[in-house]
Design a protein around this ligand. Structure first.
Ligand code: ADP
Ligand code: NA
Length: 330
């Protein structure tokens, strides 16, 4: 029986993934390998929509791949690859751009947000067409499902519209992808400002836990996380955002449910919770970092793994592109 196919990608735009990336997305990538046919990529084409230093980009691409492997993405089960190594993404993207209305693309709110931060005149055309490349990423694999957070809903909707439009105009060509709402996804908040989400771009250094950061430093950040003036350790995101965020992280990494943790800490204070969570985090990141280092110690082998992943992805992508080219008259 064939499994539904899932596609997801992550940008190589930081020196390390952070706890939000892991608990909100990458943990599910690993789990989906049990139930789906999985295609996972490091999206370097998307990364260059904003300025990148070539040397840093190359390094971050490898470090991203090494982290995915270290977290449990299994290259035997998943096609794990670097987006630019599969040229069909860019080729299909052009075809889809020619099916997208300028007004339709202009309504993408993420572009408006990002462009307004950079000043509209400085934003690249690539940043503008980014959601169309994303549609190509998904449609080229005939993916049935795409794990999406709230921020990506509009882009997936565009992918669905483009698939339907193309199918209508040229005959059934693409699978229309469905959003895959993953259970156990946790939204992680900034440790210093627990009402805003942990983010590489928005969080203060002490509010952000980077998986490759010195474990001692991360432990310290946990121990100095902002809580509140109360004493009770209960999960109440509205009134106790800081404590609730720590419980979410603890439960996700430590494997105990939140009610179990509430019971365990009923007679203890915030200090105990933080000290114990800091230790749980250190126990998690230390072996993770060792695995990442071992992948990076043999870059030749790492590149081979990624090349094999790209071959596997290309065998699917090339087939879709050849049908598309035929349909449009190439
Ligand atoms: P950032 O917000 O740090 O720029 P990205 O936008 O690159 O991170 O997100 C990569 C993936 O990680 C996405 O699937 C996103 O939904 C997820 N993610 C990012 N931050 C968090 C968070 N704080 N909590 C849960 N998931 C997150
Ligand atoms: Na972001």
């Amino acid at each position: 029986p064939t499994r539904p196919r899932v596609l997801s990608g992550i940008q190589p735009t930081a020196d390390s993934f952070h706890l939000g990336n892991y608990l909100g997305a990458l943990r599910q990538w690993v789990a989906l390998q049990e139930t789906h046919e999985t295609f996972y990529m490091v999206v370097d084409l998307h990364a260059i929509t904003v300025e990148q230093d070539p040397k840093v980009l190359r390094e971050r691409t490898r470090v991203s791949a090494a982290q995915l492997l270290a977290l449990g993405v299994d290259p035997e089960r998943s096609a794990l690859f670097v987006q630019s190594q599969v040229p069909e993404h860019a080729q299909l993207s052009w075809v889809l751009e020619c099916q997208t209305g300028f007004g339709e693309a202009s309504r993408m709110t993420q572009f408006k947000d990002k462009a307004s931060k950079q000043g509209a005149d400085h934003a690249s055309v690539g940043l503008f067409t980014y959601p169309i490349l994303q549609a190509a990423d998904i449609l080229i694999y005939q993916a049935n499902a795409v794990p999406v957070g709230e921020d990506q809903r509009q882009h997936l909707e565009l992918s669905r519209n483009l698939a339907q439009r193309f199918n209508h105009r040229f005959g059934k060509t693409f699978v229309v992808p469905e959003p895959h709402i993953v259970k156990d996804t946790a939204k992680i908040f900034d440790l210093q400002d627990p009402t805003s989400k942990m983010s590489k771009s928005a969080s203060s250094p002490n509010g952000l836990i980077e998986l490759l950061d010195e474990p001692k430093k991360s432990a310290k950040k946990i121990r100095s996380a902002v809580t509140d003036t109360g004493r009770e350790i209960v999960f109440d995101p509205e009134h106790k955002a800081g404590v609730s965020n720590l419980l979410t992280i603890y439960s996700a990494i430590g494997g105990k449910s939140i009610p179990e943790l509430e019971a365990e800490y009923a007679d203890k204070g915030y200090g105990n919770l933080k000290v114990d969570l800091a230790e749980v985090l250190v126990q998690f990141v230390t072996p993770f970092q060792e695995r990442v280092r071992s992948y990076l110690d043999d870059v030749t082998e790492l590149d081979k793994v990624l090349a094999r992943g790209a071959d596997r992805a290309r065998s699917v992508a090339a087939e879709t592109l050849s049908v598309v080219y035929d349909r449009i008259g190439f």
